[in-house]
Design a protein around this ligand. Structure first.
Ligand SMILES: Nc1ncnc2c1ncn2[C@@H]1O[C@H](COP(=O)(O)OP(=O)(O)OP(=O)(O)O)[C@@H](O)[C@H]1O
Length: 262
């Protein structure tokens, strides 16, 4: 098992905002966390990453490559986050530093975790920019986030997450802020990157149509609890929980194309 979450409870302001969540993501699997807004998806991801907000208390177990993550100190968790677990968040505009070049931001994890020089990190940043199919990699690394489109910024975020070759990628609504065509391109990119690298993927979304494109198994969250779990095909064909049924109805009303590729 590469990631094994058991009976995870996160309490914030006296509320159990994640309330006994369990799931396992085997090595190389593409796994989904799906639920409506406020169901506890992001806090589950933040707990795995050791990035819960101040004042949160957490219990249960999060085993990564067989080792317990809960209770590790911040420095160890920061090392694991940079090297072994990559993260992509929803809004690439806020995730990127507005006053640093793209190349510097892609190269930063390599400087921190692999001790590369500025020049080496920039060379690797150019390679990574090419790998996430940013146009004109040599020039784009000299640009700043505001000079890129939303889809390009999300490609930059993917390049940063992948820089150190993580074996798990956590993507929290990475396509939600994008329009439908770009959404589909970015999903294609994630599909390609995880299959090329063999990394496991935990993909967070409120959109069952998006989930069906990227994940093979998933848990459905509502009010911090798992209300349904299983293969995504089953969630689509025979949803049992009213929450999953609502998510399916919502997905069907959207103009999803889904056939585009990266
Ligand atoms: N810093 C915080 N302090 C207090 N409560 C919080 C905090 N962050 C989140 N919550 C609450 O915890 C619950 C779960 O939030 P979470 O962000 O995990 O939901 P989500 O499923 O990711 O939703 P969304 O899709 O809207 O991001 C929500 O009720 C939210 O209001």
């Amino acid at each position: 098992m590469s990631l094994d979450v058991q009976d995870l409870v996160v309490t914030l302001g006296g509320r159990r905002v994640v309330d006994g969540v369990s799931f396992s993501v085997p090595a190389g699997a593409r796994f989904g966390l799906i639920g409506e807004s406020g169901s506890g998806k992001s806090l589950t991801a933040l707990a795995i990453l050791g990035l819960l907000p101040d004042g949160a208390s957490v219990s249960g177990s999060i085993r990564w490559q067989g080792e317990e993550l809960l209770g590790r100190d911040d420095r160890e968790l920061a090392r694991i986050r940079g090297r072994e677990i990559g993260i992509v968040f929803q809004e690439p505009r806020t995730a990127l530093n507005p006053i640093r070049t793209i190349g510097r931001q892609i190269g930063e994890p390599l400087r921190i975790h692999e001790g590369l020089s500025k020049r080496e990190a920039l060379d690797r940043a150019i390679e990574l920019a090419a790998r996430v199919r940013l146009p004109d990699p040599e020039r784009i690394v000299r640009r700043y986030p505001h000079q890129l489109s939303g889809g390009q910024r999300q490609r930059v975020a993917a390049a940063i997450a992948l820089a150190c070759g993580p074996s798990l990628l956590i993507a929290d609504e990475p396509t939600t802020a994008l329009d439908v065509t770009i959404q589909s391109e970015i999903l294609g990119l994630f599909e390609r990157l995880v299959s090329e690298t063999g990394a496991s993927l935990v993909f967070i979304t409120h959109d069952l149509a998006v989930l069906s494109r990227i994940a093979s198994d998933a848990v459905v969250l509502a009010q911090g609890k798992v209300v349904e779990a299983g293969p995504v095909a089953q969630l689509l064909s025979t949803p049992v929980s009213p929450v999953t049924q609502r998510l399916l109805a919502a997905a069907k009303t959207m103009s999803w194309k889904g056939e585009d590729d990266d």
